[in-house]
Design a protein around this ligand. Structure first.
Ligand code: ADP
Ligand code: ZN
Ligand code: ZN
Length: 750
């Protein structure tokens, strides 16, 4: 090693947990930066790595033996120092490899090194425009087609898109170029990826608002935090329709005026078109570029968005949980809207919680994390209680509108009235009819997803189950098939009960489609009924069209699942019906009650947002359940006090962390056996300060042919537990057919 080369640390992007020391020769050394993407030798392979330190803590003993960094993929940092620290923390806390975290942070196009900021363009030459040019391709129809196409363009056309559009190969373009009829150019013009269709509302008018006293007060409190230039987390607790968004915007302006950047997280971008368009409207005017980070971005679009962020051109990024990794410089503020939403928790590796990562990233940057909700999670409320977070409240709806009136409909009594329990109760149907007469809009809300109806035999109780997943199969009327919602296995629906041969086997339960039909039957013929559900999310445009039609008053009744409970604002809706309020209560999860409360309050908030008061009908078989009683008055305080008591008694979150340890494999015996053996290991060498539960079959015992057993750990602090856990786990060999996975701060016990 010569004097001019230096030692750095590189985090390999494959196959190695720890950062390793490497030498940099004098040619590369001056250009290397923290966060550069480089190629390094690792064992006998070459692999990608991120420069994670320019000044290794302890220089390796035998410096001479160090291997050299081979070359750059990208000199400019692909990760800012705070993201490198964040990745390290996440990998430790969520017990996952650092590579899996880094992968989420760096767009694939950058990782591949194909991260060219330019695009290949094809342009017709002067010769190509002449008759002589046409002659030159007379024998080659494909070249002729491409030439004609190019001659119709106003300028250079993107090469790949053009040939794809015409269905010809690249050789055709090469042929034209060979004849001097076209040339290839590079274009660095940005794809306008995110000036997308998410903003539906060129016609939307946003009046200047004058902040209410409460909004001003809350804004001031948050701005004061921002001015301190140090880390803090702030809860904006504002009832539905209290104008939280304006407060977010005020805080954002402050952060921007300080020269900082802002991340704005929403549970699901496609469900927040209004927020996105309001945001754009407000900040584009000030010359700010707003990047919308969402899952529909193509690789190229993602790269462009990423580039404009790293170059500091876009200082506002809005998106779902993964937007928390946007590489903005000088991050001052992170807004997490609807912070209680389970969508913030990723249910695959890395199993992080977007809100918690937001708080941690704010901490790393000395920034402010602003969490907003009408129904905060108990975790967040607990952090307010112990003064870790500060709080500002909005207690009034804008213009002093009342919260809607909530009627509980006791379905047990309704059932007595008729032989078959009705799906829609009499009072709800009356209310729907009235709204139609008054030309007002209604929403019917279902907890259940999709078109689901299970098949149940009323004679013998037989239920069609998926042979691989231990859940009831659902009936799809469109094709008459039964389908499993986990593994997609399908088979024709039986005409009579396979057990007792009764022909009465019929649809039990009710999906959005069924409700839609029932409403059509019960209401006047001209009523326009539409539904929205998870399956429609895949058809992005259809989904948006329905929402737009509803907003424009073209639809009278909208039927949907919980997704319509989120953040949508329809002024003309004066009636909300909750068809099955109890469903979350029937799930095997200690968060069921919290979920039910949040959903009911959020759904209730959809009614009466215009200048009319709203009404909510909640159909329930459990009218006395606390979540249902407290949700009537949106009594967060009452609910959380009672629920916290319970959580405390059992030591559930937020009082301790819940870690789930799942074993899965194709052989039920093996999975159960290894889970039990593992329990014995823990019993023989107990980990201090932890409660172990299980093993037990997971609520979904079998998914896609894999059996699932889990253990649950409740512990006061995650890191010390994991250390002990890993050391025991390292000495516990699993059968090759059994796999285990850890989920820290597990959310959905499925
Ligand atoms: P939240 O997110 O708290 O449920 P929003 O931020 O969506 O509420 O605001 C509800 C409605 O009130 C929106 O239509 C918004 O434009 C309007 N609004 C907010 N603040 C004001 C204000 N100060 N004056 C008038 N209208 C306002
Ligand atoms: Zn299945
Ligand atoms: Zn039967």
């Amino acid at each position: 090693m010569t004097n001019t080369s230096k030692t750095i640390e590189v985090q390999p992007l494959s196959g190695f947990k720890k950062a390793l020391a490497y030498a940099v020769d004098q040619k590369l050394a001056p250009r290397i930066q923290l966060g550069s993407l480089v190629i390094i030798p690792l064992g006998h392979r070459k692999t990608l790595g991120i420069v994670s330190s320019l000044t290794p803590e302890s220089p390796p003993a035998s410096v001479e033996r160090l291997k050299f960094v081979l070359s750059f993929v990208r000199e400019d940092p692909v990760l800012s120092p705070d993201l490198i620290s964040l990745a390290r923390w996440m990998s430790g806390y969520y017990a996952t490899s650092i590579e899996s975290v880094l992968e989420g942070m760096i767009p694939a196009a950058v990782r591949d090194g194909t991260g060219e900021k330019t695009k290949r363009m094809l342009e017709i030459t002067k010769l190509g425009l002449t008759d002589k040019g046409k002659e030159l391709v007379s024998r080659s129809p494909k070249q002729r087609v491409l030439l004609d196409y190019l001659s119709q363009q106003a300028g250079p056309a993107p090469l790949n898109e053009s040939i794809k559009h015409l269905g010809v190969g690249e050789s055709v373009a090469k042929g034209l170029m060979g004849k001097g009829l076209a040339i290839e150019t590079k274009d660095s013009v940005k794809r306008v990826a995110y000036s997308d269709d998410l903003t539906d509302s060129a016609d939307e008018i946003y009046a200047e608002v004058k902040l209410t006293d409460e909004q001003s007060q809350a804004s001031k409190e948050i701005k004061d935090s921002l001015k301190k230039n140090c880390f803090s987390t702030h809860l904006l607790l504002g009832i539905t329709g209290s104008g939280k968004t304006e407060v977010y915007f005020e805080a954002m302006e402050e952060a921007l005026s300080m020269g900082g950047s802002v991340l704005f997280l929403v549970p699901e971008v496609a469900l927040a078109p209004q927020t996105v368009s309001r945001l754009r409207h407000r900040f584009s005017r000030q010359g700010e570029q707003v990047v919308v980070w969402h899952s529909h971005l193509s690789a190229g679009e993602r790269l462009d968005a990423w580039s404009s962020i790293t170059q500091g051109n876009a200082r506002i990024v809005v998106g779902a949980r993964s937007a928390i990794f946007a590489p903005v410089p000088n991050l001052r503020l992170i807004v997490v809207d609807e912070e209680h939403e389970p969508a913030y928790k990723q249910d695959e590796n890395p199993r992080y919680h977007g809100r918690d990562v937001a708080v941690y990233r704010a901490m790393l940057n000395g920034a402010v994390c602003l969490l907003g909700s009408a129904t905060p999670s108990l975790e967040t409320l607990h952090n307010v209680e112990i003064k870790k977070y500060s709080k500002s409240s909005l207690t009034k709806r804008i213009d002093g509108r009342e919260l809607p009136l909530i009627h509980l409909v006791d379905m047990r009594k309704e059932s007595l009235r008729e032989k078959i329990p009705p799906i829609l109760s009499q009072p709800l149907v009356e209310a729907l009819r009235q709204r139609y007469t008054d030309r007002e809009q209604s929403i019917l809300f279902l907890n259940r997803r999709g078109f689901n109806t299970t098949m149940l035999c009323p004679e013998c109780g037989y239920v069609e189950q998926c042979k691989d997943c231990s859940i009831a199969m659902t009936y799809h009327r469109t094709d008459g098939y039964l389908r499993c919602h986990l593994c997609s296995h399908r088979k024709p629906a039986p005409r009579c009960c396979p057990e007792c041969k009764s022909f009465d086997i019929r649809k039990k339960g009710h999906g959005t489609q069924r409700i839609e039909d029932i409403v059509r039957d019960l209401l006047p013929r001209k009523t326009v009924v539409m539904r929205i559900d998870a399956d429609m999310m895949t058809k992005k445009n259809l989904f948006r069209e329905v929402l737009n039609d509803f907003r424009r008053g073209k639809i009278d009744v909208l039927v949907g699942t919980q997704m319509i409970a989120k953040g949508l604002d329809f002024p003309n809706v004066t009636l909300v019906g909750v068809v099955d309020a109890d469903l979350p209560l029937r799930m095997e999860d200690f968060r069921a009650s919290e979920r039910a409360f949040q959903l009911l309050v959020q759904v209730g908030g959809r009614a009466g947002r215009g200048d009319r008061a709203g009404e909510v009908f909640v159909q329930t078989y459990a009218p006395h359940a606390p979540s249902i009683q407290y949700s009537r008055k949106a009594d967060l305080h009452g609910f959380s006090e009672e629920e916290m008591e319970l959580r405390k008694e059992f030591g559930y979150p937020p009082y301790r962390h819940l870690i789930r340890h799942l074993f899965r494999g194709r052989s039920e015996e093996k999975v159960e056996f290894y889970a039990q053996q593992w329990r014995k290991v823990l019993d023989a060498m107990p980990i201090p300060q932890v409660d172990v539960k299980g093993p037990a079959p997971a609520p979904l015992e079998k998914i896609k042919g894999f059996y699932r057993y889990h253990l649950l750990y409740l512990t006061g602090s995650v890191r010390p537990f994991l250390e002990q856990f890993h050391s025991r786990r390292a000495d516990f060999p699993l059968d090759k057919d059994v796999h285990d996975v850890i989920d820290v701060d597990c959310h959905q016990l499925s």
